[in-house]
Design a protein around this ligand. Structure first.
Ligand SMILES: C[S@@+](CC[C@H](N)C(=O)[O-])C[C@H]1O[C@@H](n2cnc3c(N)ncnc32)[C@H](O)[C@@H]1O
Length: 465
């Protein structure tokens, strides 16, 4: 067995936040004769640069790295938010909760600049980040997990076994907090067990809530290991409680999911109240959202991103536009209404069906949507639709990758607008376009997710003449 060293209580200063929003501190043990002091790198949630914190580190000399919560805050760093109780902040989804909003914006902007410069681009092209005027209760969708001890909330940061019961959340609109408490009270009244991932027993798995700030419609979806029909009395009681106490309820759905994977999935769906979708609006267009529809989670910032993309694209009425990774058409519809024709490519068939319906609902007749992997879609597009004059892409966090970026480079449209939710993969992808003679013109960071470590960017690349 490996030698275990004693537990030590250390006072350490946070140097910086890593890209996950964790505070990073270094501790060097006092050197012993004949060798240098051992270095220990500590990752400490809910801290900000400059904080001096006391931590208890088991086996301190026997490890190079450790992720742990701090015991005491001894001195606050300059961007620490004085209004935040650090104990309460140990909830998932908000790794930057301990930081002032101005500090968060500066941190995110510097993350983007670091990745852009890291690939040899000019960091001065990174514009001041666009934040929110009111950076709270902005999410239009929340997904909570039931724990095995009656908790209902999000995972603690860096600890996927612990679920912190959500009393309130700075991210959730009040109506969602209300819905959460109705569900928790009901769970307690009917003594229904939360799902235990290790034992694979229990009934209730996830609670998804979706709210449209524009239409005020609320959707509540309960994921359980059995059907509502087998819990007729309890499910009727929850339907009554939700519909009586939440006049904005437009949809309540009970979905059976017995899959082992910790993933929100649907096997059998019962609509217990209202419709199976809600209406939402973004940038003046109407959308139908089903439980599994991906939709931009912060509509205030998403509208700004759509406008930025439109402005950068300088789309004209005679242009043919390609929206790659188009989802349900958040960027496609505004671009289609300003251009001659628009093609959208997206891998999820249900999203393409939604995109078609959304285009029709909004009276757009110049769209062509194709369910396909981006790479194959780009291959067949010239045959089935033709050549675009303008290209926008909005890939998932993993980025588009070299093969797709090279295919985009070969299309050779004068402009490429890249909407990104991960500055690291964004910077890597842009290198491919540079090799095709594109120059980076502007990188506009947008804070879509205050209190999280995520940052979005809208970027313009233009062909060098
Ligand atoms: C960040 S979302 C953007 C969606 C859309 N632009 C929007 O704003 O709603 C990325 C989209 O890429 C899709 N996607 C993921 N991998 C893909 C692939 N290999 N080919 C095509 N689409 C893919 C996802 O289903 C998702 O809808």
């Amino acid at each position: 067995m490996k030698k275990q060293y004693p537990t030590e209580v250390l006072d350490v200063r946070i140097d910086k936040l890593d890209s996950k929003g964790m505070g990073v501190a270094k501790y060097v043990h006092p050197p012993v004769t004949g060798s240098n002091g051992k270095q220990l790198k500590l990752f400490i949630p809910n801290t900000v640069p400059g904080d001096l914190v006391r931590v208890t580190v088991p086996n301190a000399k026997g490890r190079r790295k450790a992720t742990l919560n701090f015991d005491t805050l001894l001195e606050a760093g300059p961007t620490r938010n004085p209004e935040v109780d650090t104990q309460a902040s140990r909830a998932g989804g908000t790794p930057l909760l301990a930081m002032t909003y101005a500090g968060q914006l500066a941190y995110k902007e510097s993350l983007v600049r670091g990745f852009i410069e890291g690939q040899g681009f000019d960091g001065q092209l990174v514009q001041p980040i666009i934040g929110m005027d009111t950076p709270t209760r902005y999410r239009n969708k929340m997904e909570l997990t039931f724990g095995s001890r009656g908790e209902l909330g999000m995972h603690a940061q860096g600890d996927f076994r612990t679920i912190i019961d959500m009393k309130d959340s700075i991210l959730a609109p009040e109506i969602m907090v209300q819905a959460k408490h109705i569900v928790s009270d009901w769970q307690q009244a009917y003594q229904l067990p939360g799902y235990d991932k290790e034992a694979k027993t229990g009934l209730l798995r996830n609670l998804m809530m979706r709210y449209s700030f524009a239409t005020k419609e609320l959707m509540v979806v309960l994921y359980a290991t059995d059907t509502s029909a087998n819990y007729a009395e309890a499910s009727q009681a929850l339907t009554d409680r939700l519909s009586e106490q939440l006049p904005n309820l437009a949809s309540f759905i009970w979905i059976k999911n017995t899959r082992i994977a910790d993933k929100v999935d649907a096997e059998e769906t019962a609509v217990l109240y209202g419709r199976d979708f809600i209406y939402d609006e973004l940038a003046g267009y109407r959308y139908r959202l089903w439980p599994d529809t991906f939709f931009q989670p912060n509509p205030v910032q998403a509208e700004k991103m759509v406008q930025l993309a439109i402005d950068m694209a300088e789309v004209k009425e005679d242009m043919r536009v390609l929206d790659l990774f188009c989802g349900v058409g958040t960027f496609s519809l505004p671009l289609a209404s300003r251009s001659k024709e628009l093609a959208g490519i997206e891998i999820v068939e249900a999203s393409i069906e939604s995109a078609k319906r959304n285009a029709a609902d909004n009276g757009l007749e110049n769209t062509f949507f194709m369910a396909s992997d981006a790479r194959n879609g780009l291959k067949v597009l010239p045959e089935v639709w033709g050549q675009p004059d303008l290209l926008l892409l909005d890939p998932p966090r993993s980025g588009a990758g070299g093969k797709v970026m090279r295919a985009i480079g070969r299309f050779g449209t004068e402009k490429v607008v890249y909407v990104s939710c991960n500055p690291k993969t964004l910077a890597e992808d842009l290198v491919w376009l540079r090799d095709f003679g594109y120059a980076l013109k502007v990188v506009q960071p947008v804070d879509q997710f205050p209190y999280s470590n995520h940052v979005e960017c809208v970027v313009l690349m233009e062909k060098d003449r």
